[in-house]
Design a protein around this ligand. Structure first.
Ligand SMILES: Cc1cc2nc3c(=O)[nH]c(=O)nc-3n(C[C@H](O)[C@H](O)[C@H](O)COP(=O)(O)O)c2cc1C
Length: 199
């Protein structure tokens, strides 16, 4: 069989890799929750906007509807296991901040939803719309604040996200981001710049 011979494998949500992120939320009584989401993406640059899709059965869905707020917490290697647990247990049955040993902290620019202190980067989001798609409701939200661990900043105050050792989700499995093989526009960059940026 030749390398690029194709097999029809039907239709599914096969777009990969996707992020696995921890969505932290709170209700108006100050109860906090965390839920793992893979159906998340950037949808606009100015203003910076994201989408997350949630089944209506999730406690997180209730909390987001109640406050219009959520926080996207990026996941690194040490958060991979808590991230998985937050995706297989509901906040209706356990306090996931407690069972995962995580710390809720004030989220920049939000009134209700908390961020996860142990996450390297937390994006505070305010919902602007909700669309019912079928199995999931998609929330479109504006990013109103971001905090990052200080060790991720270089001497010029630039964020070095490659230092965060982030996790990606690929067809049901978690992967640690590894080798850097390029950068935006590198296909057109000079040998000199490529050597400087990629070593
Ligand atoms: C890797 C991973 C990705 C997930 N992605 C989503 C998602 O995009 N949307 C969703 O509604 N549920 C998703 N889930 C399932 C929820 O995280 C899970 O049902 C969770 O227990 C809901 O928690 P809650 O009821 O406390 O909100 C995912 C689970 C895992 C493990």
């Amino acid at each position: 069989m030749a390398k690029h011979d194709k097999t029809d494998i039907g239709i599914s949500t096969l777009l990969n890799p996707v992020p696995a992120v921890m969505i932290s939320t709170s209700n108006k009584n100050g109860e906090n929750n965390i839920c793992t989401v893979a159906w998340a993406g950037t949808v606009n640059s100015e203003p910076p906007m994201v989408s997350i899709s949630l089944r209506s059965s999730r406690l997180t869905h209730d909390y987001v509807d109640e406050t219009g707020e959520f926080v996207i917490n990026l996941v690194n290697k040490s958060l991979a296991k808590p991230c998985d647990r937050c995706g297989v247990r509901s906040g209706r049955d356990e306090d996931k901040f407690r069972t995962c040993g995580l710390t809720p902290v004030k989220a920049k620019g939000l009134d209700y939803a908390v961020a996860i202190k142990e996450s390297p980067v937390s994006l505070s989001c305010k919902v602007v719309s909700r669309q019912e798609l079928g199995s999931h409701d998609m929330y479109i939200a504006e990013i109103v604040g971001i905090t990052a661990d200080s060790y991720l900043m270089d001497d010029n105050g630039r964020l070095c996200l490659d230092k965060a050792k982030l996790v990606a989700y690929n067809h049901g499995e978690y992967f640690l981001l590894g080798e850097k093989i390029g950068f935006f526009g590198y296909s057109l960059a000079s040998e000199d710049i490529i050597r400087r940026r990629l070593g």
